[in-house]
Each structure stands twice: as structure tokens, then as C-alpha cells.
Design a protein around this ligand. Structure first.
Ligand code: MRU
Length: 338
């Protein structure tokens, strides 16, 4: 039952195509970094940690693609790949963090034969993947301790196994709490416009037998007003030094609703999602995606083709609305200092 969205097999990267879920489980092989960059851009692989892991394997593939016979030629090829992979999605800092790790790995291997550099890059990508799974399990344990008995938990987007190397961040907390017998119900926000909640989080809940109920995003206020939500937990794409957190569009409105209804609002994210270089959330670059995501559901038009659209993929929740940030190193409370 293990969900492996990003895996390495037979000298290739294999991605579970998340654009096809929940209708079809299709795995796609990748041998070129350019194709991995496309997969990140088109959401075949998505979720901050999963993007970072896929990009790291993309650099390992670039080293295999390179025809260079000396270190300088290889470095030039890898820098091109790193630049191309970095240009795919701007908000999740895990992408840039993973690419920087790969760059440092190649720089540290300057004196080694090219074949050994390739081996080290693959080993580093595998380490990033394995560390992510371990971080998620630790986060799950820390987060589950915050979950009361018979909890009704609301989550947004997909911060599950699919969004990471495995297990998940916010959904990892849910998984751990469920394993401890504490989860009565998970409210799954469908997460317009790309539907990561209904397509991916609900799919994971079905597979794991986690009791859940799918709601349209606009229903969150009603279930909170009815007293049917004990806590909200979501993932993050980038956390500024002061705790301001960028996550899937709609997260900020949930945090405001949670504050109004006195429901604790938690973020679960690994340290690789924290960007200490940014003082506040105002500095986080927010990706804007294509209008077609809002004007259509699948092939079906839901708006006039000529209606102008604003389609930000993420919003920023101010630190003051976040009760705690759950990481692999423990639970942080405001004022946030990481
Ligand atoms: O556009 P997506 O699907 O990549 O957005 C994903 C999210 O916003 C997740 O909540 C976030 O990346 C955390 S994933 C553990």
C-alpha cells in the first residue's frame, strides 16, 4: 500500500503521474532532466518536498546525460540543468534547497573521476529522498501528540505521501494520529482550482482507510461554525524567518476562519521548507498559473473564454494566525525562531 510518487528504478526516475489521479494510476519513466522540469511545471509531480526530491534526481540524470569528459564541462552542463529545473515553479523553497545541495555535492567532487561524480549525485538525491521520509515520520509523531481524542481534522490541498517522498507532512500528522486511534474524521477541502484535496488527499484517505468527508472549499466556514472541526493542519511551500507561511491558495482564508472560531490552526513542514533568508511572507514569490485552470473543469468550460482571470497558486498566512509549526525537530510556537 506504500505510495511512492518519486522513485528510482533501472537507472531512471519514475514518477506517479498525479495529473491522472484518482482515475488512473500511471507511472512515467524519465531519463532527461528537461522532461523532469516539464513534469514539475505541469504538476505530474507536485507538493513542495516532492518537487525538491524530483529535481535532485533531475540533476543526477543531467550528470548521466552529459557528454563532458572533464569536470569543468560537467559542471557547465549541470549548472544549465539546475537553472532549468529552478525555473519551473517559484514558491516552494524545497526546490531551490535541493538544487543547492546537489550543486554543493558536485563542487565537493571536483577532484574525482566523472563516473564517481555521477555516483555521488545519485547518492545525494537518494539521501534527500530518504531524509524526507524520515522527517515526515518524525513530524507525524510530534504532530499526533497535539491531536485530541476523537479529533475532527480539517486539511487543505494535498500534503500527503504524494506531496513528499512518502508519508506526508500535514497528512503525515493525520496518518500518525489515525494509527494512534485518535481520528474521528478528516474534512478534506476539495481545493479549487486544481483539486489536490478531492483528487489526491481523498484518494490517499480511501487507500489508508482514514475516515474522511470531502467538502467544497466554501463549506469550511459552516463546519467550523457547527463546532465540527477540532483543528486545522496544512502543509507549507515556504516559511519565512518570522513564521509567515505560504501554502496552497485558500490556506489563509482557513486560518482566518479558524481564528474566528477559536480552532487551532497548525502548519506541518520539514526544515527544508523554512527560508531563513526571507524576513517575512511579503518577500515570498507567489506563482500565478494559467487562466485555463479557473475557466474550465477538465474539458468543460465553466466561464467565458474571454473572462480575465487572476489565478495565484499560493497565499501567505501571517504567523500570528498559526498556533504552532510542526517540524521534524519538534513543535515551534510563536514568536517563531527556527
Ligand atoms: O501546487 P501544489 O500542488 O504543488 O501545492 C502543494 C501545496 O500547497 C502543499 O500544501 C505544500 O506543497 C506542502 S506539501 C507537503
Amino acid at each position: 500500500m506504500t505510495i511512492a510518487p518519486v522513485r528510482w528504478a533501472d537507472d531512471r526516475l519514475v514518477l506517479l503521474d498525479q495529473t491522472q489521479l484518482p482515475a488512473r494510476e500511471v507511472e512515467r519513466p524519465y531519463e532527461r532532466w528537461e522532461a523532469v522540469a516539464d513534469a514539475i511545471r505541469t504538476l505530474v509531480v507536485r507538493g513542495a518536498p516532492a518537487i525538491g526530491v524530483a529535481a535532485a534526481f533531475g540533476v543526477a540524470l543531467a550528470a548521466r546525460q552529459s557528454q563532458a569528459t572533464g569536470f569543468d564541462g560537467l559542471l557547465a552542463d549541470l549548472e544549465l540543468a539546475i537553472k532549468g529545473l529552478a525555473a519551473t515553479r517559484p514558491t516552494a523553497v524545497n526546490l531551490f534547497w535541493a538544487l543547492e545541495r546537489m550543486k554543493q555535492t558536485v563542487l565537493a567532487a571536483r577532484a574525482l573521476p566523472i563516473a564517481e561524480v555521477r555516483t555521488r549525485l545519485l547518492a545525494e538525491a537518494e539521501a534527500i529522498r530518504d531524509e524526507d521520509i524520515a522527517a515526515n515520520r518524525a513530524m507525524g509523531a510530534h504532530g499526533a501528540a497535539l491531536v485530541p481524542a476523537n479529533a475532527r481534522i480539517l486539511t487543505h490541498c494535498n500534503a500527503g505521501a504524494l506531496a513528499t517522498a512518502g508519508y506526508g507532512t500535514a497528512l503525515g500528522v493525520v496518518r500518525a494520529a489515525h494509527a494512534a486511534g485518535k481520528v474521528a474524521l478528516v474534512w478534506v477541502d476539495e481545493t479549487r482550482p486544481v483539486m489536490q484535496g478531492s483528487r489526491l488527499t481523498a484518494w490517499e484517505c480511501v487507500r489508508e482507510g482514514i475516515p474522511h468527508r470531502l467538502i467544497a472549499d466554501v463549506v469550511a466556514a459552516s463546519v467550523m461554525a457547527r463546532g465540527d472541526v477540532d483543528l486545522v493542519v496544512t502543509g507549507a511551500d515556504r516559511i519565512a524567518a518570522n513564521g509567515d507561511t505560504a501554502n496552497k491558495i485558500g490556506t489563509y482564508s482557513l486560518a482566518v476562519l479558524a481564528a474566528h472560531h477559536r480552532v487551532p490552526f497548525y502548519i506541518a513542514a520539514p526544515f527544508s521548507t523554512i527560508d531563513p533568508a526571507l524576513a517575512s511572507g511579503a518577500e515570498i514569490p507567489i506563482e500565478e498559473r494559467d487562466a485555463s485552470e479557473v475557466r474550465r473543469v477538465g474539458a468543460q468550460p465553466t466561464a467565458p473564454g474571454e473572462s480575465p482571470v487572476f489565478n495565484p497558486a499560493f497565499d501567505v498566512t501571517p504567523a500570528g494566525l498559526i498556533a504552532a509549526i510542526i517540524t521534524e525537530r519538534g513543535v515551534f510556537r510563536p514568536p517563531y525562531r527556527f
